[in-house]
Design a protein around this ligand. Structure first.
Ligand code: ATP
Ligand code: MG
Length: 431
């Protein structure tokens, strides 16, 4: 259960300068004591959160940094997600055109680009550099995994006179941002570290939805449609689609619900058995024999307990590398139906890289723009160790360490999962 102190935002000092945004029309400054309530339900049965609230994001009438003497940098880390270039562009545009910050740097290839040993040089962002990048997938700055020494990163911030660092990435990136912020504070430096959440899996706490998620659903739904057509057009056709979701099944659930064609959705939150009377394969067999085809959606982190324990493999950032559940299910399907003398036509599709690398759709372009501009407002007001969260349709400030304290998973009593269960008709697995 969070407490109010978990939502306390750190600032570098008093805001003594009028915001240059006041020269623009109808800015809609947000008072620094504006709050968004944690609990938005009331009445019988609603929990009493005693006024627990987040700081509202938005431009402040007074700011901490002197724009003319400020240098900002933006870094993108971790896996790709639609909208990264939109974030880079909007961070630059808000800083350069609205706050009149003269120097904005782009860090190459994630935190690696803040380590001089990498040989990577930062790029100075300009109108020409960002001109058309919002149409592109990926990140024009590059990204990477793998740890960098935090002291070296802060040395770089000092050497290059960077006052504000925007860290665009998932949980790992935000852990890095929190460590950088700690080191900055330990050295008594006045530098703001602000996180912009990039989580296509939608698994960061206090971020109802991150940019990239909607685009991922749209693309995943197209794939499900294709897999469904393939399955329907072959005798005993089975479409098996693996989607992203290492710890949470939001993409699998959302895409399945959007498609309305999925018959089974397997997610990390719900363990299941393959064999046995109430096992997945028995249910799949029933479905195929009764309807002649089936569409199965599996999140990459589902069913990890079905693998024989081996040495845990990790990526360069230390994240556990999952065994491939899609391949495991595919192989067990073939074996299961072969044993029973039933011929099937199974098509296995893993579209993850295709989905991650596409440009953002309209909704994600808007969300990435808003998150980027709110991050700029927060930083210029001297907020630090702060992530832009999304709560009850409002953008808010969340202390980075609160956001990364635990991973967000799908609530199995939520409307989303309930609707998935209704639309698929799949059984409740009991393991
Ligand atoms: P995604 O999981 O969506 O791809 P991510 O931000 O979680 O994004 P990671 O590869 O886990 O991706 O982390 C990105 C960067 O953050 C890496 O360079 C990694 O070394 C760094 N990082 C992760 N955890 C920490 C930590 N505890 N302290 C410092 N840096 C960290
Ligand atoms: Mg991660």
């Amino acid at each position: 259960m969070p407490a109010q102190e978990d939502f306390a935002i750190k600032t570098l000092g008093p805001c003594t300068r009028p915001s240059p945004l006041s020269r623009l029309h109808d800015v809609g400054f947000v008072e620094d004591d504006a709050r968004i309530l944690y609990q938005h339900k009331c009445g019988a049965g609603a929990a009493d959160w005693g006024g627990l609230c987040f700081e509202e994001a938005g431009p402040r009438a007074s700011i901490y940094f002197d724009p003319a003497k400020t240098t900002a940098a933006v870094v993108t880390c971790g896996g790709l997600s639609p909208g990264l270039n939109n974030v880079i562009r909007s961070v630059y545009c808000e800083l350069a055109y609205n706050y009149l910050v003269p120097r904005v740097l782009g860090v190459r290839n994630g935190y690696m680009g803040l380590n001089p040993d990498s040989g990577l040089r930062m790029v100075e962002l300009t109108p020409a550099f960002v001109d058309n990048i919002h149409y592109l997938g990926g990140t024009v700055l590059g990204s990477s995994r793998g740890s960098q020494e935090v002291g070296v990163i802060v040395d770089t911030l000092v050497r290059d006179e960077i006052d504000i660092l925007f860290c665009v990435g998932g949980d790992g990136t935000q852990r890095g941002a929190a460590a950088i912020s700690d080191e900055v504070e330990r050295r008594g430096l006045k530098k703001a570290v602000v996180g912009i959440p990039k989580t296509i899996d939608n698994d960061l706490h206090y971020v109802y939805k991150s940019f990239g998620y909607d685009t991922a659903l749209e693309k995943a739904e197209e794939v499900l449609r294709g897999a469904h057509v393939e399955a329907r057009c072959a005798p005993n056709g089975i479409g098996l689609v693996k989607l992203m979701g290492r710890n949470a099944g939001f993409i699998a659930a959302g895409a399945a619900l959007a498609s309305q064609d999925a018959n089974f959705v397997l997610i990390p939150e719900i363990p299941f058995r393959l064999e046995g009377e109430d096992g997945f394969l028995t249910e799949l067999e029933r479905r195929v024999l009764s309807k002649g085809h089936a569409l199965v959606v599996v999140a990459e982190g589902a069913g990890q307990d079905l693998f024989t324990p081996s040495d845990t493999r990790r990526d360069a950032s230390g994240n556990v590398l999952h065994d491939d559940i899609g391949i495991l299910i595919r192989d067990h399907c073939h074996a299961h139906f072969k044993d029973r003398g039933i011929a099937i036509n199974l098509k296995y599709i893993d579209p993850s890289y295709y989905i991650r690398s596409t440009p953002a759709n309209a909704g994600d372009r808007i969300l990435s723009d808003q998150m980027a501009r709110m991050a700029v407002h927060a930083a210029m007001a001297g907020k630090t160790d702060t992530l832009i969260g999304y709560w009850h349709n409002e953008l808010v400030h969340v202390p980075i360490r609160t956001a990364i304290a635990e991973k967000r998973q799908l609530d199995l009593t939520s409307d989303l999962w309930t609707a998935v269960m209704r639309s698929t008709g799949q059984p409740v697995w009991r393991v």
